[in-house]
Design a binder for this molecule. Structure first.
Ligand code: KIV
Length: 271
């Protein structure tokens, strides 16, 4: 299968068309200009400025401490590097859960200040009204069901969701509600592959999976994970496409050695 980009500029309509044609949607996270530029130039369809930045960028244990200002700061850097991909921004914990009007204002602020293409929020039934209101204002919304990391204190662990019948039925219901409320796509996180297959066949909007098997309309990974930068994190669903931890460590060791032995800078590297 070709890795050539299918569209000049990825929009919600383009993503719907990819699902219709059975072409898998590719998505990764980015939190900074250089990474976003590299992902975009490589042909990725969707870049998520995920609140996972709270863990992989800031070093927190959960995504909960991330603020609106931080999401906006990182998204501005990301959108400066992107020409083609659709940029989606996570609404951080407590920026949309309490009051619908506040959610609406925060979604508007993200769109106004960052040049992103859409926002993402976690949950099903309990955020349906919020999705309705935000999409009614012309702001595309991506849903996120299954393991929703902002609810970690309710779940108690990051284990997969939807293993028992009751929870699986709840996730199916949530995914359908998210679609009915107007979302253009939905992330399915850490659920059984059989459940993914069922949801993907029942929805018209694209499903984007992480730890959800191959039956989604697209896949997303956290970029520092798939680049092997996050050495202490080895979940089963991550495939390591390179080992940047080692690459960076070796490069830094070589630099230290060159500086100590006065082998850097050379004459050519001096003025
Ligand atoms: O925050 C994030 O990076 C996400 C992905 C894991 C889907 O929500």
């Amino acid at each position: 299968m070709s890795t050539e980009p299918v569209f000049k500029r990825v929009t919600t309509k383009a993503l719907a068309l990819l699902k219709q044609k059975g072409i898998k949607i590719t998505a990764l996270t980015a939190y900074d200009f250089i990474t976003a530029k590299l992902l975009d130039e490589a042909g990725i369809d969707l870049i998520l400025v995920g609140d996972s930045l709270g863990m992989v960028f800031q070093g927190n244990d959960t995504t909960l401490p991330v603020t609106m200002d931080e999401m906006i700061y990182h998204t501005k850097a990301v959108t400066r590097g992107v020409k083609r991909a659709m940029v989606v921004v996570d609404m951080p914990f407590m920026s949309y859960q309490l009051i619908i009007d506040e959610a609406f204002r925060n979604a508007g602020r993200i769109m106004k200040e960052t040049s992103a293409g859409a926002v993402k929020l976690e949950g099903g039934e309990r955020v349906a009204e919020t999705i309705r209101k935000i999409t009614a204002a012309g702001i595309p919304v991506m849903g996120h069901v299954g393991l929703t990391p902002q609810s970690i204190n309710q779940f108690g662990s990051y284990r997969e969701r939807g293993r028992d019948k009751e929870e699986a039925e709840e996730i199916i219901k949530d995914a359908k509600i998210v679609e009915e409320a107007g979302a253009f796509a939905v992330v399915l996180e850490k659920i059984p592959a059989t459940l993914t297959k069922e949801i993907t066949s029942q929805l018209n909007i694209p499903t984007i999976g992480i730890g959800a098997g191959v039956q989604c309309d697209g896949q997303i990974l956290v970029t520092p994970d798939m680049l092997g930068l996050n050495k202490d994190f080895h979940p089963r669903f991550v495939r390591y496409y390179t080992d940047l931890s080692n690459e960076i460590s070796n490069a830094v060791k070589n630099y230290i050695s060159d500086v100590r032995q006065t082998e850097f800078p050379s004459e050519n590297e001096s003025y």
